[in-house]
Design a binder for this molecule. Structure first.
Ligand SMILES: NC(=O)c1ccc[n+]([C@@H]2O[C@H](COP(=O)([O-])OP(=O)(O)OC[C@H]3O[C@@H](n4cnc5c(N)ncnc54)[C@H](OP(=O)(O)O)[C@@H]3O)[C@@H](O)[C@H]2O)c1
Length: 215
């Protein structure tokens, strides 16, 4: 069975760990303070979960999720993630992350920043536009009427196929927004960012998204 490594074990990381364990994955969790601070979460998750350093979580994961404040993305270790599918959940909040000029002028996107930092990894943007609590409350089996959908974006089609399978297992339909550079269509303050949407509704939201300068 595959292992999901988590860099970040806060609101989103802990919820993704719950979904992963519930669907038969092993998980290796990490945060900035070290594995000793994750004892309670690991105990809750059970025998298929363990805590490790960031580097060891990156090494252990067949798929690795980066789910930390964006301002820290350059601390993510590069070499242990070479060749791997890396899921990026991060969003840009200047009040938390500080001003990032290339995001302010929209010459790039958050996931392209992570891809540039991890040039040998296959970054897929996912889980960025759903509130953490809803990852478990809104998940439904495939085929459920009006199932909630989530957007992905990425430059590697094989990696997107892998992440689509994970999202479907976890309980969500998937809408592919295209390459990473199209990820802005689901960034903060776009129509699809936050509300519960079906796949059809999300496609409408992506098409209706406007750049910050045009809002
Ligand atoms: N909350 C949501 O509903 C939501 C929804 C979608 C997307 N997001 C995005 O997903 C990301 C995570 O959000 P969150 O709400 O889960 O944040 P959070 O609750 O504040 O958790 C952040 C996690 O990242 C860890 N961390 C911080 N710096 C790190 C570093 N340099 N290396 C390793 N781990 C580090 C923290 O560990 P320590 O506690 O040890 O510092 C903590 O476990 C953010 O970019 C956010 O914008 C959030």
């Amino acid at each position: 069975m595959a292992t999901i490594g988590l860099i970040g074990a806060g609101h989103i990381g802990s919820q993704l760990a719950r979904l992963a364990v519930a669907h038969g994955y092993d998980v290796v969790l990490s945060n900035s303070r070290g594995p000793d601070t994750l004892t309670a979460l690991v105990a809750e998750l059970g025998p298929n979960a363990r805590a490790a350093t960031v580097v060891d979580a990156a090494k252990a994961g067949d798929i690795v999720v980066v789910t930390i404040p964006l301002k820290h993305h350059r601390t993510v270790p590069v070499e242990p993630l070479a060749g791997k599918v890396v899921i990026d959940t991060m969003n840009y909040y200047p009040q938390r992350d500080g001003q990032i000029a290339q995001l302010d002028n929209e010459s790039t996107t958050t996931s392209e920043l992570l891809q540039a930092h991890l040039p040998t990894s296959k970054v897929v943007k996912a889980f960025n536009h759903i509130y953490a609590a809803q990852l478990t409350t809104d998940a439904r089996p495939a085929g459920t009427k009006d199932r909630r959908a989530l957007v992905i974006a990425g430059d590697d089609s094989g990696a997107k196929t892998t992440v689509t399978r994970v999202l479907d297992e976890f309980g969500f339909d998937v809408v592919d927004a295209g390459p990473l550079k199209e990820g802005w269509r689901i960034q903060r303050d776009t129509p699809g960012y936050g509300p519960r949407r079906t796949a059809e509704q999300l496609r409408t939201d992506l098409a209706a998204a406007r750049r910050y300068a045009d809002q």
